[in-house]
Design a protein around this ligand. Structure first.
Ligand code: ATP
Ligand code: 5RP
Length: 292
């Protein structure tokens, strides 16, 4: 935690929608005049695509079928923790990009499956924004969650998460349904042990729930739309959250528990703006005051 240089960490599995949620944050940053530096969790993969394949085969041959991009060891989490710590203390840090597909290759000038060079953060920023797989990890020897000041989980129910991943990986990354299904299966062990525990560290979870039949996620022809879903928003500490205000501003919402509200799926953007803007505004105000 850092008053001077705050960190926002948005965590979700692959295909959960963290990149989509980043667009809402960017909108809030622009509107509120917040200068943010952004990093992607995939920048901290330990291996490029070819080396990851070799490492997977090596471990598989040695009898380990649990290794995947979700595993702690597949990611340089010690570097991610260092970046969080250094940013919190000094406002400095560095990042790079993992290039997934041809479109990103054109943008970054690096072949798919490779990393760009590391580059230092822009100076004089108000906050660090992270989105990815491991931004709230708290395990033996690594405590990334401890460095983040606002921690958000993006967690569609699992059938929906698979549908989102399958459609995104097919449409944008050129994979077949079978290839994505294999990846989902291979990652299941680490999903349970490395990804899921983070959602108990988060301050707020956004859980999208479809209200259409997704019982066979591998054959659905499209991703359930916002109108075909609800979102459960759960606050770890409900103290200070103005629930009557939220439920009156968000048409069609209701409280389902003392710390949770349910909203129509098409109100996600509005709900995030109403909930997150005051929290971001406070972090930035306190940061600017501490740095003055
Ligand atoms: N609220 C939503 N409503 C409808 N579709 C959504 C929603 N959120 C995400 N999606 C869709 O799900 C797919 C995956 O979303 P996104 O790329 O944001 O995931 P991600 O968590 O960033 O994945 P990765 O970390 O693997 O890059 C995209 O096709 C996106 O359009
Ligand atoms: O989205 C992901 C994790 O968040 C990707 O699955 C990961 O970055 C590896 O990509 P690839 O195997 O296609 O090189």
């Amino acid at each position: 935690m850092s008053k001077k240089y705050p960190i926002i960490s948005v965590v979700g599995s692959s295909g959960a929608g963290t990149s989509t949620v980043k667009a809402t944050f960017d909108q809030i940053f622009r509107r509120e005049g917040v200068k943010a530096v952004s990093i992607e969790g995939d920048a901290f993969h330990r291996f490029n695509r070819a080396d990851m394949k070799a490492e997977l085969e090596r471990r598989y041959a040695a009898g380990d079928a649990t290794f995947s991009h979700f595993s702690f060891e597949a990611n340089a989490l010690e570097d991610l923790e260092r970046v969080f710590r250094e940013y919190g203390e000094t406002g400095a840090g560095r990042t790079r990009h993992y290039v997934h597909d041809a479109k990103e290759a054109e943008k970054y000038g690096v072949e798919p499956g490779h990393f760009t060079d590391w580059a230092p953060f822009e100076e004089n920023t108000d906050l660090l924004f992270y989105e990815g797989l491991h931004g709230c990890v708290s395990t033996e020897g690594i405590n990334i969650a401890a460095h983040a000041d606002l921690k958000i989980g993006v967690v569609p129910v699992i059938n929906l998460e698979w549908i989102q991943k399958i459609h995104r990986d097919r449409a944008q990354r050129g994979y077949t349904t079978e290839a994505v299904t294999d990846v989902i299966l291979r990652r299941m062990h680490a999903y349970v042990h490395c990804i899921v525990p983070q959602f108990s560290q988060t301050d707020i979870n956004f859980q999208r729930v479809p209200v259409v039949d997704t019982s066979n996620p591998f054959i659905t022809r499209w991703i359930p739309t916002p109108d075909e879903s609800l979102i459960v928003i759960r606050f770890r500490n409900p103290r200070g959250i103005d629930f009557p205000y939220l439920t009156s501003m968000i048409h069609g919402s209701w409280m389902s528990r003392a710390n949770s509200i349910v909203i129509p799926g098409n109100k996600q953007d509005l709900a995030m703006q109403l909930i997150l803007t005051p929290l971001i505004e406070r972090l930035v105000r306190e940061g600017r005051r501490a740095r003055a």
